[in-house]
Design a binder for this molecule. Structure first.
Ligand SMILES: [Zn+2]
Length: 157
């Protein structure tokens, strides 16, 4: 089942669009078998006013540690890819956030996820919210996490 491409906050103030490449990467790594390990990467794309367009989701790197329920991003590899996109796009394709998989049909964040996301949001220098995505077997969970600790779950359109 393909993942839905258009998402928004309930007040419709922020729209998020998922490009085919990112949806394909999610589909390739969804935890369909109980033995599949959790995996993930970073989200790269364009910012248009308050709206986000996810153009590229990085593939899990060979150096990432992969566990069943916990994915630890090895930041160097993903950061390198982010910098390459940033330069090649002359600064239009930037870091938007993080994604990882869950062994659930319709995923929801764990307490560890929420803690990690708020730490990542606080660390952002551009003060933009962090976009966090969890990839389930049937659907996605999208959430914007702000520097002040607030967060907004997105719904599909
Ligand atoms: Zn998680």
């Amino acid at each position: 089942m393909p993942y839905l491409a258009s998402w928004a906050t309930s007040d419709r103030k922020v729209l998020v669009h998922l490009a085919d490449q990112a949806a394909t990467t999610f589909g390739a790594h969804a935890q369909r078998q109980s033995s599949d390990t959790e995996s993930g990467g970073i989200l790269l794309g364009c910012v248009r006013g308050p709206n986000l367009e996810i153009l590229h989701a990085t593939e899990p790197a060979a150096t990432d540690s992969r566990f069943r329920f916990l994915f630890e991003r090895s930041s160097n590899n993903h950061r390198e890819i982010a910098e390459t996109f940033w330069h090649q796009s002359r600064g239009t394709i930037r870091y938007l956030g993080e994604w990882h998989t869950h062994p659930e049909d319709l995923p929801s964040p764990s307490n560890i996820d929420k803690t990690e996301w708020s730490l990542l949001a606080k660390k952002r220098l551009d003060n933009r919210p962090l976009l966090a995505i969890i990839v389930g077997r049937q659907g996605l969970h999208l959430e914007l996490v702000f520097k002040n600790g607030e967060s907004k779950v997105l719904e599909s359109l």
